[in-house]
Design a binder for this molecule. Structure first.
Ligand code: NAD
Length: 429
């Protein structure tokens, strides 16, 4: 109700005023940096060095990027016999997961507000605390009452209410594909706009013509092992030439020890515990399944439950080799630090394996640049990285197939929260 009532005044607020408020919010939020890092270590188990970068500073960069990019959105465009206007959608219900507690909120709440929508946010019940900090920063920045609202609680109650409530015009959801599908069915009863960022099983293809793969290990391991593998874009399938399998296995084994697991408050630690006991159990059962399916454990082992006096649901970085793409460990999202190595004979086969998945969120192609670029165009995914290329924060992010509907980030992410109106204004009087 608060979001619905504050909508007319907020959508009528000039863009410059909305941008200025958001800039003020960002300054207050940045001042909470240390509290954010500590809370992400506490509520998620994110090691402080990784948390400072991925859960904190990178999110500040993203927020600033939205504030800058919104100036480039064309809100009014003359057509041949009309004017096309981009308007806010209305009240947006934002439902977010636990794995990047701030990041997923930033991708929704910031562009929705900048484009004139009001927001009700329901963060994950597992990691709701940094969302409260963010709300405090909105309050300190003097955002008008009712424009941005937080409701915490379980998905099946608080989330379902957002999906069903007729005052909500749009659902922007990030989470598992199963929940995204059922939530959308509910939201369609009142024909809401739906935007979904879902799971992935992303491939990393190493092409045969690269003489040395050494530089390719770090971007791969950072993707699949950091955040304890609890990353939607994690490169979880490594696809390598069969003729070089032994060389690849040695390289992976040599580098896996560079990823120490332990207390997230220890600055030397790169991998913290799993976010919850439930996630630990899920990943453990997949590691057991991999062994049963006939894959070979190259690194890691079946994780042990912590003893009575130990704390933390730790899982060592785990690498399976001899994986076939039809095994369940290669098809289903494990959401843990588990890498599957799959061998191919020809590049065409490598592309076919990469694309043989219901998902299509992320990919990486490693090889001589021109060849890698050509292969990147053949991969069915919303994002493809070439070698060690960094992310571009202004580029669109989102998935093909079961990885979702819609885009986040930059101008395309802002436009996701708008709808088009054509005004036929070439009248004769
Ligand atoms: P989840 O689907 O269990 O929960 C996500 C959110 O939905 C939570 O806030 C939860 O409370 C809510 N929810 C659960 N059931 C609901 C229901 N019936 N109605 C309404 N809301 C409901 O996902 P999770 O376990 O929190 O997160 C992990 C998943 O998120 C993984 O599959 C991961 O790939 C995905 N993810 C995707 C992206 C992306 O950008 N594509 C980013 C991060 C995570």
């Amino acid at each position: 109700d608060a979001a619905y009532e504050s909508l007319p005044a907020w959508r009528a607020t000039p863009l410059e005023k909305r941008r200025a408020l958001m800039q003020r919010f960002l300054e207050h939020f940045k001042a909470m940096r240390q509290a954010i890092i500590d809370l992400e270590a506490a509520e998620l188990g994110a090691p402080i060095a990784f948390g400072a970068n991925a859960h904190c500073d990178y999110q500040f960069v993203r927020i600033q990027s939205y504030i800058d990019e919104v100036e480039k959105v064309v809100f009014e465009e003359p057509f041949e016999h009309s004017t096309v206007i981009r308007e806010p959608v209305g009240v947006v219900g934002c439902i977010t997961p636990w794995n990047y507690p701030i990041g997923q909120i930033v991708q929704k709440v910031i562009p929705a507000l900048l484009t004139g929508n009001t927001v009700v946010l329901k963060p994950s019940q597992s990691t709701p605390l940094t969302a409260c900090l963010m709300m405090e920063a909105f309050r300190l920045a003097d955002f008008p009452k009712g424009v941005v609202n937080l409701v915490s609680g379980r998905g099946s109650r608080a989330g379902a209410e957002l999906a069903l409530n007729p005052k909500v015009a749009m659902i922007s959801f990030t989470g598992s594909t199963a929940v995204g599908v059922s939530l959308s069915q509910q939201a369609l009863k009142t024909v809401k706009r739906i935007s979904l960022e879902l799971g992935g099983k992303s491939p990393c293809v190493w092409l045969p013509d690269l003489p040395d793969y050494r530089a390719a290990v770090k971007p791969l391991f950072n993707s699949i092992f950091l955040n304890s593998g609890q990353t939607c874009t994690a490169l979880s399938r490594l696809i390598v030439p069969k003729a070089r399998l032994a060389e690849v296995e040695k390289l992976l084994l040599d580098h896996v020890k560079d990823y120490p697991v332990g207390d997230p408050f220890d600055p030397k630690i790169l991998i913290g515990p799993m976010a919850s006991r439930q996630q630990f159990e899920t990943v453990k059962s997949y590691i057991e399944l991999g062994v049963t399916e006939g894959a070979r454990l190259l690194a890691g082992s079946i994780p042990e439950e912590p003893g009575a006096h130990e704390k933390g649901w730790f899982i060592q970085p785990t690498i399976f080799t001899n994986v076939k793409n039809d095994m369940r460990i290669a098809r289903e999202e494990i959401f843990g630090p588990v890498l599957c190595v799959i061998a191919y004979d020809t590049v065409d086969e490598a592309v076919a394996i990469a694309n043989d998945t219901p998902y299509g969120l992320n990919a990486m192609v490693v090889g001589p640049k021109a060849e890698a670029q050509a292969v990147a165009r053949r991969i069915n995914a919303g994002n493809v990285y070439i070698n060690d290329a960094p992310r571009d924060v202004t580029a669109p992010f989102g998935g093909y197939g079961a990885s979702g509907i819609g885009r986040e980030g930059g101008r395309y992410g802002l436009m996701e929260f708008t709808q088009l109106k054509a005004v036929f204004d070439h009248s004769t009087y």
